[in-house]
Design a protein around this ligand. Structure first.
Ligand code: PHE
Length: 374
């Protein structure tokens, strides 16, 4: 290479590098460009290699020019390298639109009936009861006969019942069970008491059991009736269980759920499966200034016009009694050795009293405006 060629080459590299580098947008093509100019056999190395062939006086000045060119190319490549690696991807500006409204995930929550059932079961659990569930389809025996409610006895009317039509051949487990026991028809249980029979037939005392579940009665639906609702049954069987045990346990329960100042009263009643039987009332949580919910009487609510107790000042919350010896006989227990008590409460009723709800249908309409309040 003679001097002129070298000078022209320096000039053209100096111009071309700017054009070439602008068109580059990937690390790979930048590396190729670097190799082309700054590599060991690259264009600038060729120029440097030609210097010793030049006449001595020219070497210094041209060497300086080539060095300057080399620095220029290196610095352009370095700049480009930085801009390629820090440049955000093309789509980024669409992803980070901070003006977009946020997507709020709505949290689900438990149904108020589920919450009350959990709360009631937890209270009894703490007192040593275990939770057991039974089937909603029951035999006539467990729902009635085993509980000392004989066929044709007028007390069956109090537990009006949905009977199930059965295929003539026993096709499922329950139908087989029914056939085996020769207990007659199957039905939708009208209370949770049949689980007493199931548990006592399969386990020996001592027993302390709580049974939450759905029950069915062919009632016309109105503000206080539903053809399906929930009950919680409880019972204890052991030697020396007395009526005072029943009173103590139920009072502890009522205080835990309605507040420690609540008062209780036991009224004589009749159930075929308990003797003696009682209905249990609590002092009205609206017009008596004693409950957790209403630490003061509701304004303007005098007992006489209280919308909840209608002036009676007492609210019925459950039925209970000492388990009838006939029930023990029916399950094969020694009724001279064992005594026990049982109780049953309507879950919707407890929830309505606790939260001041005046229509049972609200629980089943699935209106989120109602359900979200609990
Ligand atoms: N099973 C009764 C009912 O549904 C309630 C109850 C249960 C009463 C246990 C006494 C003992 O009305």
């Amino acid at each position: 290479m003679d001097i002129n060629t070298i000078k022209i080459e320096i000039d053209s590299i100096s111009k071309n590098i700017i054009v070439e580098i602008t068109g580059i947008n990937s690390t790979q093509s930048l590396e190729e460009l670097q190799l082309k100019y700054l590599g060991r056999k690259g264009k600038i190395a060729q120029l440097t290699g030609a210097i010793p062939t030049l006449p001595l006086p020219e070497r210094g000045a041209l060497g300086c020019q080539i060095n300057a060119l080399k620095n220029k190319v290196a610095s352009l490549i370095e700049k480009k390298q930085k801009s390629i690696t820090t440049k955000p991807p093309e789509t980024a500006k669409f992803i980070y639109d901070i003006g977009l409204p946020a997507i709020v995930q709505e949290l689900g929550q438990l149904h108020p009936i589920t919450k009350i059932i959990d709360e009631i079961c937890a209270i009894f659990n703490q007192m040593g009861f275990s939770v057991i569930e039974g089937p909603e389809i029951e035999t006539e025996h467990n729902n009635f006969t085993g509980l000392n409610i004989p066929l044709e006895h007028p007390s069956r009317e109090a537990f009006d019942t949905f009977y199930l039509k059965l295929a003539s051949e026993p096709v499922n487990q329950l139908a087989n069970e029914q056939a085996n026991r020769q207990t007659g028809k199957l039905l939708l249980r009208s209370h949770t008491s049949p689980v007493q029979i199931r548990v006592m037939k399969s386990q020996e005392p001592p027993l302390a059991v709580i049974v939450p579940g759905r029950v069915y009665r062919p009632d016309a639906v109105d503000a206080s009736h539903s053809f399906m609702f929930h009950q919680i049954e409880g019972f204890i069987v052991d030697e020396n269980i007395r009526f005072s045990d029943l009173k103590g346990i139920l009072e502890a329960f009522a205080k835990a759920i309605f507040g420690k100042d609540i008062k209780m009263r036991f009224r004589p009643h009749f159930f075929p499966f308990t003797e003696p039987s009682v209905e249990v009332d609590i002092s009205c949580i609206i017009c008596e200034p004693v409950s957790r919910l209403a630490s003061e009487p509701v304004k303007g609510c005098k007992p006489a016009n209280c919308p909840v107790c209608h002036g009676k000042r007492w609210l019925e919350i459950l039925g209970s009694g000492m388990i009838h010896p006939n029930v023990f006989k029916n399950v094969g227990y020694d009724f001279k050795k064992y005594t026990g008590f049982a109780f049953g409460m309507g879950v919707e009723r407890i929830a309505m009293l606790k939260y001041g709800i005046n229509d049972i249908r609200l629980f089943f309409e699935n209106d989120l405006r109602f359900l979200k309040q609990f």
